[in-house]
Design a protein around this ligand. Structure first.
Ligand code: ADP
Ligand code: ADP
Length: 210
């Protein structure tokens, strides 16, 4: 299964991806996670991406496209993958189409997780990440299970109300055009992202089968 998760910042893509890849046995490829790792390591790519990310702006297409096409060419992605956060623009989607065509494969499903804007800022501001396990928590909706975990959680620099609002604007202008793009190919499935994570996972499982 080759699939893509699309949705505004805070929609629950990372949360759902973590649950799904276990079941589907495919790698979870998150452009945001890869970029944050590059920033942390101080690589050339990381230095280039850092300023854009802090401000909630999109990293230039050529940088992200190169990074992702290289990643999906790795052996563990040969049988399928779950892309999270990529593509985010039409040029990125076209570059992915080109690479898929060259490899003689296609994208099977694009899942759109829909959550109204007014819930997204609260989800983003309360998000905390566990650097040890990669798990995503929320101070109110999914609090850490122990004091030990709580103490090591990190708050992303771009999870401020200001940067989230900026990301939402970019989503509306640059990413939402992907919805008709994939709908026209017949692979898009819409999933309501409001409800508990379990409810959303159940809806995704149904959508994947349809
Ligand atoms: P969220 O889902 O909360 O918006 P991500 O972790 O997917 O966050 O992305 C964080 C940041 O990384 C984005 O705001 C952007 O700066 C950068 N980024 C991630 N993926 C892409 C992409 N496909 N194209 C351009 N920039 C990206
Ligand atoms: P995305 O990858 O789309 O940016 P995340 O999966 O990181 O989104 O989720 C954003 C925040 O919202 C996290 O703190 C997460 O714990 C929380 N969250 C995820 N799914 C739900 C849900 N169904 N209801 C409430 N909060 C959620």
């Amino acid at each position: 299964m080759r699939m893509i998760l699309i949705g505004p910042p805070g929609a629950g893509k990372g949360t759902q991806a973590a649950r799904l890849v276990d079941k589907l046995q495919i790698p979870h490829i998150s452009s945001g996670d890869m970029l944050r790792a590059a920033v942390k390591e101080g690589t050339k790519l990381g230095l280039e991406a850092d300023g854009y990310m802090k401000a909630g702006k999109l990293v230039p297409d050529d940088v992200v496209i190169g990074m992702i096409l290289e990643r999906i060419a790795k052996p563990d992605a040969a049988g399928g993958f779950m892309l999270d956060g990529f593509p985010r623009t039409i040029p990125q989607a076209e570059a992915l189409e080109g690479a898929m065509a060259k490899a003689g494969v296609t994208i099977d499903r694009v899942l759109l997780i829909e959550v109204p804007d007014e819930l997204l800022v609260e989800r983003g501001v309360g998000r905390r990440n566990d650097p040890l396990t990669g798990k995503i928590y929320h101070l109110k909706f999914d609090p850490p299970p122990s004091q030990d975990v709580a103490e090591r959680l990190v708050h992303r620099k771009d999870d401020t109300a200001e940067a989230i609002t900026e990301r939402l604007k970019y989503y509306g202008s640059w990413t939402s055009p992907l919805i008709p793009f994939y709908d026209a190919k017949g692979v898009l499935r819409r999933v309501d992202g409001v409800g508990t994570p379990d409810e959303v996972t159940a809806r995704i499982t149904t959508a994947l089968a349809s």
